[in-house]
Ligand binder design. Structure first.
Ligand code: GDP
Ligand code: IMO
Ligand code: MG
Length: 433
């Protein structure tokens, strides 16, 4: 086994950062293929906590990090992240490679997003307000500005002015009055271009060349399956492909080169922002789970909505990504529960649904059917050996495995690197051999 994708199976924040960090040691390269600084991947090492948004998590382990063509990059955010990491003693220069085909986020993208999110009568997605969606809109609309254009000293000013003027016209039509100085922003971005020039390259060539030379690549997912623009809870999702197909398009890597797909899911479920969430827990029960899991957004600090593990959703994520193995994170968060409900089916108007609803109104109205699993009611925090888990926790894991027909090769019992169980003989363990 060589190249492995690690992908969120739910609505993001499943603990991808922790797992990528845990296994990055066994790889040479860690590559991101989608999203932008809407992502927040937490890695905890002793007293130190790192939050990575754009830079692949493997950089912490001294690995090469690739920001693929599928990302949208805010240069100011990226420079801040580089500075923070370098301040913590992490070597970024020489290890980080940015695709010249990645798209650039400009201040007008954030402005357009604010306008869209705040307009009465428009669907409010509850985005991270980073300009991600509008930047992808420009990409798909074939009017975006990529690093290639940003670094083209001669051509950039004209391209930027044209793009900015167009946004001004739209802003005026939408009655948005945000004064902004096109020439000042141009200068600012010319400065970013020079700061980032040493990092920008043809990453499609690079990643394929490295694979040909026998280097192992870990593809670090961002967001999660249900936030994927094609497969998620449209329109309440992000604007990129967070599923396995996005790895190929977002890096220029053939599916033939992906040797395994690791899905990451919490032992329960969360989501940030708006949109349907069948197993959501409201009131005290939701607050209890949120507090137990410390479920507050890594990027925006917003309280995450919390609910129970959802088998129909996970089956769907398995279909879309064909998971080789599954990692269950935050098992320790369920320690306080007497019983643990697991959603086994959705009912809509009294009928069992065989498919994931496409209409948000239908998804909102589904009634989850629960099966109660016994809790273990003791601490699993920090357990590293499967055999040391209480029997009811083992039963919970076996139950999920049986229902999903995917092995659970790894179980996370705390935020720290070593608070993890890697199951002997699993495909997950095989990836690390
Ligand atoms: P990502 O976006 O998928 O990388 O996940 P985030 O970093 O946004 O959110 C996951 C949060 O859960 C972080 O604060 C992690 O430190 C924490 N975490 C990860 N795994 C575990 C675990 O097994 N137990 C507990 N209690 N916390 C965990
Ligand atoms: P990681 O990689 C959780 C959510 C936002 C919002 C929707 C659209 O840390 O798992 P956007 O700014 O992308 O247009 O917002 O998607 N969202 C995430 N939720 N984790 C993430 O990333 C997310 N990235 C975007 O909250 O509901
Ligand atoms: Mg996150």
């Amino acid at each position: 086994m060589a190249n492995i994708a690690v992908l969120g199976a739910q609505w993001g924040d499943e603990g991808k950062g922790k797992i990528v960090d845990l296994i990055a040691d066994r790889f040479d390269v860690v590559a991101r293929s989608s999203g932008g600084h809407n992502a927040g991947h937490t890695v905890k090492v002793g007293d130190q906590k790192f939050i990575l948004s754009l830079i692949p998590t493997g950089i912490l382990r001294g690995k090469k990090g690739i920001i693929g063509n599928g990302l949208v990059v805010d240069p100011a955010a990226l420079l801040r992240e580089i500075k923070t990491l370098e301040g913590l003693g992490i070597t970024v220069k020489g290890n980080l490679f940015i695709s010249h085909r990645a798209h650039v986020i400009f201040p007008y993208h954030r402005m357009m997003e604010r306008a869209s999110e705040d307009t009465p009568g428009k669907v409010k997605i509850g985005t991270t307000s980073r300009g991600i969606g509008p930047c992808y809109e420009d990409k798909i609309g074939r009017r975006g500005i990529r690093f290639a254009e940003l670094l083209d000293t001669a051509g950039f000013p004209e391209r930027f002015r044209a793009a900015a003027e167009e946004k001004n016209i739209i802003a005026t039509a939408l009655n948005i009055h945000e004064p902004w100085d096109i020439e000042a922003i141009l200068k600012e971005y010319q400065d970013y271009a020079e700061q980032l020039r040493p990092y920008v390259t043809d990453t499609i060539y690079l990643v394929n060349q490295l694979i040909r030379q026998g280097e192992k690549v870990l593809f670090e997912g961002a967001q999660g399956t249900m936030l994927d623009i094609d497969h998620g809870t449209y329109p309440y999702l992000t604007s990129s492909n967070a599923t396995v197909g996005g790895v190929c398009t977002g890096l220029g890597v053939s599916p033939m080169l992906i040797d395994g797909v690791v899905g990451i899911a919490k032992a329960y479920a969360t989501r940030v922002g708006g949109g349907p969430f069948a197993t959501e827990l409201l009131g005290d029960a939701g607050n209890a789970l949120r507090n137990a899991g410390n479920e507050f957004g890594t990027v925006t600090g917003r309280p995450r909505r919390c609910g129970w593990f959802d088998l129909p959703l996970m089956n769907y994520a398995h279909n879309v990504n064909h998971l080789t193995t599954l990692v269950i994170t935050k098992l320790d968060v369920l320690d306080y529960l007497e019983t643990i409900p697991v959603c086994v089916a959705y009912k809509y108007k009294g009928e069992k649904l065989d498919f994931m609803p496409a209409l948000p109104e239908v998804y909102e109205a589904v009634v989850p059917v629960y099966e109660e699993r016994p809790g273990w009611h003791c601490s699993t925090a920090g357990i590293r050996e499967y055999d040391q888990l209480p029997q009811a926790a083992k039963d919970y894991i076996s139950y999920l495995e049986g229902q999903l027909e995917v092995e659970i090769g790894c179980i996370s019992t705390g935020p720290e690197r070593d608070e993890t169980i890697i199951r002997r003989g699993s495909k997950f363990a095989g990836f690390l051999a």
